[in-house]
Ligand binder design. Structure first.
Ligand SMILES: Cc1cc2nc3c(=O)[nH]c(=O)nc-3n(C[C@H](O)[C@H](O)[C@H](O)COP(=O)(O)O)c2cc1C
Length: 160
């Protein structure tokens, strides 16, 4: 069992709650990926094609700035990366996060929350942002407030 980190971005708190439970279940440290400019409610309005999130998600090369680069990825073997699903994939701030560190030799385990969408092509959209040879584990959608037991079983099944 290597040293583990749960790194997550959460715009409205749902992923944040689950990240905390996961960190406990996996005996992992916790790190919040914070945007340099926090998302307002108006920014998150997916019904407005001109909202910040709509504009960013329409441009796969958008890289919203992160507030700090203090995750100390080098100190971990396994990095869980959590986020809400935006427009069927990970918010592009996750690309910013992945591009900010060297993930060579790390195990990356994505997890997400959503209204109902699955992880879809999330991994494909993130792969290009990881430098070096990281090992990706099957990601998990953690909707419906799963119990701590569900987290523990999932973590065990990953054979980290
Ligand atoms: C801009 C935006 C786009 C979204 N796109 C999707 C989507 O494609 N499919 C889906 O099921 N939910 C979508 N959602 C809902 C979020 O994935 C869901 O509410 C998530 O749990 C929020 O997590 P958070 O509170 O950690 O930010 C979207 C939400 C926002 C703000």
């Amino acid at each position: 069992m290597g040293k583990k980190l749960v790194a997550y971005f959460s715009a409205s708190g749902v992923t944040s709650e689950l990240a905390k439970v996961l960190a406990e279940a996996a005996s992992a440290d916790l790190y919040e990926i914070k945007p340099e400019v926090p998302y307002t409610k108006a920014d998150l309005d997916w019904q407005n094609s001109r909202s910040r999130s709509s504009i960013e998600m329409k441009d796969p090369s958008s890289r919203p700035a992160i507030a700090d680069k203090n995750a100390n990825i080098a100190a971990y073997d396994v990095v869980f990366v959590g986020f809400p699903i935006w427009w069927y994939v990970a918010p592009t701030i996750i690309n910013t996060f992945l591009e900010s560190y060297d993930f060579s030799g790390k195990i990356i385990v994505p997890f997400a929350t959503s209204g109902s969408s699955g992880l879809g092509k999330t991994k494909e959209k993130l792969l290009g942002s990881v430098s070096g040879t990281a090992v990706w584990k099957e990601g998990k959608l953690l909707n419906g407030r799963p119990s701590k037991d569900v987290f523990a079983k999932w973590v065990e099944s990953l054979n980290l």
